[in-house]
Each structure stands twice: as structure tokens, then as C-alpha cells.
Design a protein around this ligand. Structure first.
Ligand SMILES: [Cu+2]
Length: 186
């Protein structure tokens, strides 16, 4: 059918126009996708505050927060930082941390000693229960980006430097067995 042939030209023109249009669109900065949400007003955003050393590791610093006495906290997970970065609490305090990933990359909130390992895709949220150490500090980190400084600390009495990466303290399980008579009875 010769009719179909003639119909191709406008199709090609249309396709070219679409291609042109999308090429133009790509040159624009893709800012709209990441625009501020009105829901999260009032937070300090934008400026980086350098780094803070937690247990000998350099962390991207988004500030610290005194959470002593609190039972819940909202913690922002972003592209390569935690905000706040340092949580200052009391020894043995437990805290329910509400996590939200405001970044474009997937991240985790991980504490080795406490079996905490929450993975968050972009835009996802989650929750983790954490326990402050008796003293010093405990590191939480993102498994994907710890080498980029994506870590933070649970600090007691502001003692960030004394933190252990998870070496000591874990050996309390074996001591209790000695008061059980292991003999086969009388
Ligand atoms: Cu990450």
C-alpha cells in the first residue's frame, strides 16, 4: 500500500523533534528531583562542618546532639554522612533511632557489636535499637561508604577518642558456667 510510505515522513520528523527536545532537557541541571521537601523544615542543611575523629576514624561531621534521657531520635542518612553524626548519651542508655535515607545512594546503619544492620535504599526509612556503651564511644557506620567517612558515634561523656571499634567487652558470656556442677552427679 503506497499510503504507508507517505506516512513515514511525519513520523521521522516527529522522532527527530523528540530527540532534540530530550537533548535540550538533559543539559539542564537535574535539580528538581532533589528539591527540599517542605516536610523537613528547620533542619540545618547544606554546610559541611568538616570531619570529626571517632575511634581513630575520620567521619564526615554533621554535628552532635545530646540525647541523654531521650528514648527516640530521628537520624538523617544522606549521601556519605549521618546527621547528627555524634549522639551524646548516658552509659547503658537505649535509644530507638528512626532512620531516613535522604540521599540518592543506598546506605546502611550498622553497629557490629549490637547486630544492628539496617539497609536503606534511596528514600527509604527504617528503625534501629541502639545501646550506648558504658564509657567511651561506639561506632556506627555505613557498610558501603565507611571509607568515605560515612560513620558516626554513640558517645558517653563526650569521650570520642576512647572508642573501640568492637574489640573489647564481648567476653562476658563464658563466666557464668562455673557455678554449674559439671560432674555426672554423686
Ligand atoms: Cu552509605
Amino acid at each position: 500500500m503506497p499510503k504507508a510510505r507517505g506516512a513515514l515522513a511525519p513520523v521521522i520528523v516527529t522522532l527527530s523533534l523528540i530527540l532534540l527536545a530530550s537533548a535540550c532537557a538533559e543539559e539542564r541541571p537535574a535539580a528538581t528531583a532533589g528539591a527540599e521537601e517542605p516536610g523537613s523544615a528547620g533542619q540545618d542543611q547544606g554546610e559541611e562542618e568538616g570531619t570529626v575523629t571517632i575511634a581513630g576514624q575520620e567521619a564526615t561531621n554533621r554535628g552532635s546532639q545530646d540525647v541523654a534521657g531521650a528514648s527516640e531520635l530521628e537520624l538523617e542518612v544522606g549521601d556519605f554522612y549521618f546527621a547528627p553524626t555524634v549522639l551524646e548519651g548516658e552509659d547503658g542508655q537505649t535509644l530507638s533511632v528512626s532512620l531516613s535515607n535522604d540521599g540518592a545512594a543506598p546506605h546502611t546503619f550498622t553497629i557490629d557489636d549490637q547486630d544492628v544492620d539496617v539497609q536503606l535504599g534511596a528514600g527509604e526509612s527504617g528503625r534501629a535499637e541502639v545501646t550506648f556503651p558504658d564509657s567511651g564511644a561506639l561506632v556506627f557506620y555505613c557498610r558501603f561508604h565507611i571509607s568515605g567517612g560515612m560513620l558516626g558515634g554513640l558517645s558517653v561523656e563526650g569521650d570520642l577518642a576512647a572508642a573501640s571499634g568492637g574489640s573489647g567487652g564481648g567476653g562476658s558470656g563464658g563466666g557464668d558456667s562455673e557455678d554449674q556442677p559439671s560432674g555426672p552427679g554423686y
